[in-house]
Design a protein. Sequence first.
Length: 266
Amino acid sequence: TMPSIFSYQSAEVDWCESNFVRSAVIAEYYNTTGWDGTSLFSFLLLTPLSFRVLEGAGMGSLCHLKVSLLLAGLFSMYFHMTLSYVGQLLDELSILWTLAVAYSFWYPQCYFPKCIKTRKHFFWLTGTTTVISTLMSFVKPTLNAYALNCIAFHLLYLTRRELKKCNDKRVHRMAAVMVMWWALAITSWISDRWLCWLWQAINFPYFHSFWHVLIAMSLLYCCPLVIYFNVTYEMPSFKPKLEYWPSDSWPVVVPYVTLEEPHKQC
């Protein structure tokens, strides 16, 4: 008989960490609770912290993205706890939907396809693409994670194009830090996926939990960077500036965007 799609270990994907070693109800303990309890919790806590500061920019779309990111974190936690087929799809599709929300609201209009003239039309294009991608995700779920990771290359390409137009050293510095965290994150993900035999041989199969922490750190820098570029397009009368909380000198900081209101001329 076919296993229930909600059953433990019914997913097509199983990560390197051994299952049910530290808990009888949590399949992958460190991938669920995180290395030293910080992996997915870093995603659930750091991201809202950055958005709390960023709300000062008055971006109405932030609410949609916050909900999407929190759901992605919760679904990922559920997947690694159960390794169920439903958990796997919820984990992957929540990331897809989060990317769809981000593209819908923040994709620069200057990069729209020539056939798309307005943001409303772009919403329809993004929505249709997301529905088709969601349906295709059920065809071969083992390929979903690779496809989602490939989207990062398009985001890096857009970042590079935007940096060519920008002379602000803080923006370039933040982009470099974001890419550094992302490179470490994707290296951890690939290592866990392709070199599992090595990590199990030395009894250290925890690189996927590192991925959660590192991608959360990358996202912490990515979000204000995207907002910075968005403000320059959508609110050109304001002058965006990148800041760090609590201080520039701290090794780990929360970056955010401040807006300098234009002075009214008499």
